[in-house]
Every structure is written in structure tokens, then in C-alpha cells.
Design a protein around this ligand. Structure first.
Ligand code: SIN
Length: 320
């Protein structure tokens, strides 16, 4: 068989590194001592996958190198600005981001909501550290590059490519804490799959109401707390937060992961009503998973929190 013709010039993409197990090292299982996320540089990850260089001309930038459990507004703002910077350059056709698995879905949804380009942002990650014998990162990164240069991903916003699947930012969630096939898009299912060098899609993400949102300045991320309703929930955590001093330390919004169909313990509900009376925005999700027929088409609680923060910042800017 003759080798696949290589397009000349190759498409140009940028790979932004943020850390995670994909850039992690360990002598064995990530749960054993010696494991650390976010150790290797994005350049080092790319050097280990020569096939990537045959598909695309790669630019690489280290935006952060953290365990994604520590992700937050400051890195998100920096990341979104770097994505926008690179994608504004005509020769760059897409952005790939290496990330930890633990908060990948929050970062993906944030980037999806602030995205203003037809060029895709493709997030990928790994469950096994880069130094593991059976590391899954190289294949995932290669697949992410395939997705980034595919004409089929134009206009999809932020997508996640993991374990041969293409997931949309709205629905994807980490559903397994150990398995390599850790991500799921629940009952809606993935958007498609990686098939050799091609990307097969069977559905497109739905439009996001209100998007694109402005990227918050690092100091402008509002405090939005996430609360669980559970047996014995008494609202004390929320009442304490509402009593914080100075007043600027109090939450501006709360997301409640309610029971079942988004129901809330009556004592927690009383605290929520008091907070709402003081101007706090409250949104309900379900701790069971996406709320069928719920607000914003079944967003998980963590993603509803991302959306609420962006809505509060956009509302502030609108009222200035
Ligand atoms: C992380 O989320 O940064 C650590 C865990 C992982 O990437 O699997």
C-alpha cells in the first residue's frame, strides 16, 4: 500500500499545556505514592509522538502545569485569552489543550461558552501518567490533533477527545475514577469518534443560550457556591457564607445539586430563600446527573456553576 499523501503545507495548530496526568509522572498506578500530575512540559509530550509532526505544524505553549483539581478562574482567564490570541492568527486552524481529567469538563464548558471562532478547541487528557508503560496520553493527544485538523470539527466550539471518542462540552463528564475509558456523555452520547485519521460525527452540539460570554478579568470571577441537598441538610453552610465579612466575600450566586428531580431539603430551602431575598442568584441542578428537561438542557451542577459565574459577569458589564 502506498503511504498517505502528506498535504503541503501542513495545517498549523497550537497545543496549549495546562498539566494533568497526561503530563504526570509515576512509577506505577496514579493512586500510589510517587505520582504527580503536571510535571512534564507540553514540548516533552509532543516530542514523544513523532506522528503528530507528520499531520500538522505544531506550535506549543505552556499556559500552566497543574493538577486540574486546583483549576480556577485565574488560569481559566489566562487560558481563554491565549486560545483567542492563537485562533485570531489566520494561519492557525485549531487549538488543542492538554488538561487533567478531574476538571476537564468544567474547563471545556467554560471555553465553549466564551468561544468566538469557527476554529475548534480540542481538549484531551489521560488517566495514566506519561511515564506509565501503558500510558494513554500519546494516543489521546494524537487523536486530539486529528480532530483539530479535521474539517468536520469546524464550528463545534470546545470538544473533548478521549479514548477514541469525541465529546461535546455540554454533556461530557468524568464518569469513572480509575478506568481508562473514563468519560461519558450520558444518555445523549458522544458527538462522534476518531476513525484512523478521520473524525466521524453523528450529532452536533446544541447552541448555548447567551453565548458567547465575555471572558472575566481575573479579579472579576464572582463567588458562586455549590451546595448539596442531602439527608439532614440544614442550610448552615449557606447561612455562614451569607454572614461573611466583608459583604464582598459573600456568594453572589449558588448552585444547588438537589436530590432526584432537583428537590431540596426544606431547611436548606429556607436558607436559599433568605439568600435570594438578599439578591443572590440560585440555580438548581440534580446530584443524580443531568436534570432531564431542566434548566439549560440538563447541565450538571458543576457546569451550571460555570454558566452562572459567566452570566453574573456579563450582567455586571451590561449594567456598567
Ligand atoms: C488532574 O486532573 O490533573 C489529575 C488527574 C488526571 O489528570 O487524571
Amino acid at each position: 500500500m502506498s503511504p498517505r499523501p502528506v498535504p503541503n503545507p501542513l495545517p498549523e495548530i497550537v497545543v496549549l499545556g495546562t498539566g494533568g496526568t497526561i503530563a504526570g509522572t509515576a512509577t506505577g498506578d496514579p493512586s500510589l505514592p510517587g505520582y504527580a500530575a503536571g510535571v512534564l512540559s507540553v514540548d516533552a509530550l509532543l516530542k514523544d509522538i513523532p506522528a503528530v509532526g507528520r499531520l500538522a505544524t505544531i506550535h506549543a505553549e505552556q499556559v500552566a502545569n497543574i493538577d486540574s483539581k486546583d483549576m480556577g478562574g485565574a488560569v481559566w482567564t489566562h487560558l481563554a485569552l491565549r486560545v483567542a490570541h492563537w485562533l485570531s492568527q489566520p494561519q492557525i486552524c485549531a487549538c488543542v489543550i492538554t488538561h487533567g481529567t478531574d476538571t476537564l469538563e468544567e474547563t471545556a464548558y467554560f471555553l465553549h461558552l466564551v468561544h468566538r471562532s469557527d476554529k475548534p478547541v480540542v481538549l484531551t487528557a489521560a488517566m495514566r501518567p506519561a511515564t506509565a508503560l501503558d500510558a494513554d496520553g500519546p494516543q489521546n493527544l494524537l487523536d486530539a490533533v486529528r480532530a483539530a485538523i479535521s474539517p468536520n470539527t469546524l464550528g463545534l466550539g470546545a470538544i473533548c477527545v478521549l479514548h477514541g471518542r469525541v465529546h461535546g462540552a455540554h454533556d461530557v463528564t468524568k464518569a469513572q475514577s480509575r478506568a481508562v475509558d473514563a468519560f461519558s456523555s450520558g444518555e445523549r452520547g458522544s458527538l462522534g469518534r476518531v476513525s484512523g485519521d478521520s473524525i466521524d460525527l453523528w450529532r452536533h452540539p446544541a447552541p448555548e443560550p447567551g453565548a458567547p460570554f465575555p471572558v472575566p478579568n481575573p479579579a472579576d470571577w464572582p463567588r458562586v457556591d455549590l451546595l448539596f441537598s442531602h439527608a439532614g441538610a440544614d442550610g448552615a453552610l449557606l447561612r455562614d457564607a451569607m454572614a461573611a465579612s466583608p459583604a464582598s466575600a459573600r456568594p453572589r450566586g449558588i448552585v444547588i445539586a438537589g436530590t432526584g428531580n432537583g428537590t431540596v431539603h426544606q431547611h436548606l430551602e429556607a436558607a436559599i430563600l433568605d439568600a435570594q431575598a438578599k439578591g443572590v442568584r440560585a440555580e438548581i441542578a440534580s446530584r443524580v446527573g443531568p436534570l432531564q428537561g431542566g434548566l439549560f438542557d440538563g447541565l450538571s451542577a458543576v457546569k451550571l456553576r460555570v454558566r452562572l459565574m459567566l452570566e453574573l459577569v456579563a450582567g455586571n458589564r451590561g449594567s456598567q
